[in-house]
Design a protein around this ligand. Structure first.
Ligand code: ADP
Ligand code: NI
Length: 210
């Protein structure tokens, strides 16, 4: 991908995400792109495919658009004459956005990397900020005395109204064991430790201990 194509794509994405949907905005896309790119270098993956799939991974998200057959990603790739790798990129977006079965791992290295980057963005300092933003947008309490609900399927989970702290136990603390690549496992481990430290501080402060 040339610099001109990348710059053009970035400005198109900025326009696309300008109505800022909680959690799936332009900045999320940029973070996933940068992370995926860095992981791809470590893992010796195809940088063009990883870059395109990361940049386009959310443009056909059902929560954002009523897109059919990944039309937004296809439209953008056609605009820049990206032809040869188009189907490979679409296949990755399809795998990464697949929600029915959380254990589904993309079949190519490039797909595994984009999925890892998307999941890494849900943990660590950014993950904590996104979780509380989501909670605020959905009128959820920061914490309560309910127990976390484990092993709920994706569709039911979306209906379930957990406190944001419970979301850590239901999802965020489980993500480090779902990484595909060694590079992402290492990054996830660091982010995981950071979240655990954060939770310890949080409980101490709730109890007025600090
Ligand atoms: P994705 O499409 O990437 O799976 P989601 O819409 O499930 O994204 O989540 C977007 C962001 O909101 C993520 O950072 C996620 O952790 C957070 N989030 C999702 N559900 C909850 C919840 N019940 N409580 C707090 N944060 C949530
Ligand atoms: Ni995403």
């Amino acid at each position: 991908m040339t610099k001109e194509v990348l710059d053009g794509l970035l400005s198109d994405l900025q326009e696309f995400f300008k109505n800022d949907y909680s959690g799936h905005d332009y900045n999320h896309t940029m973070r996933v792109y940068k992370l995926a790119y860095n992981i791809a270098i470590q893992e010796h993956a195809n940088l063009e495919i990883v870059s395109l799939a990361a940049l386009l991974h959310d443009v056909d998200d059902v929560k954002l658009t009523q897109s059919i057959n990944y039309q937004n990603a296809r439209l953008l790739m056609n605009k820049y004459g990206i032809d040869k790798v188009q189907e490979e990129v679409i296949a990755i977006i399809q795998d990464v956005s697949f929600k029915g079965n959380q254990s589904k791992s993309p079949s190519t290295l490039e797909g595994k990397i984009v999925q890892d980057a998307d999941r890494l963005d849900a943990i660590g300092a950014i993950g904590i900020a996104r979780a509380f933003t989501f909670g605020g947008n959905h009128n959820r309490p920061l914490y309560n005395d309910e127990n976390p609900v484990l092993n709920m399927d994706e569709a039911s989970y979306r209906q379930h109204k957990s406190s944001t702290i419970n979301h850590f136990y239901e999802k965020l603390l489980l993500l480090k064991d779902m990484m595909n690549t060694d590079t992402a496992k290492e990054l996830a481990y660091q982010r995981h430790q950071f979240m655990k430290n954060y939770l310890e501080e949080f409980y101490d402060e709730i109890e007025g201990k600090k």
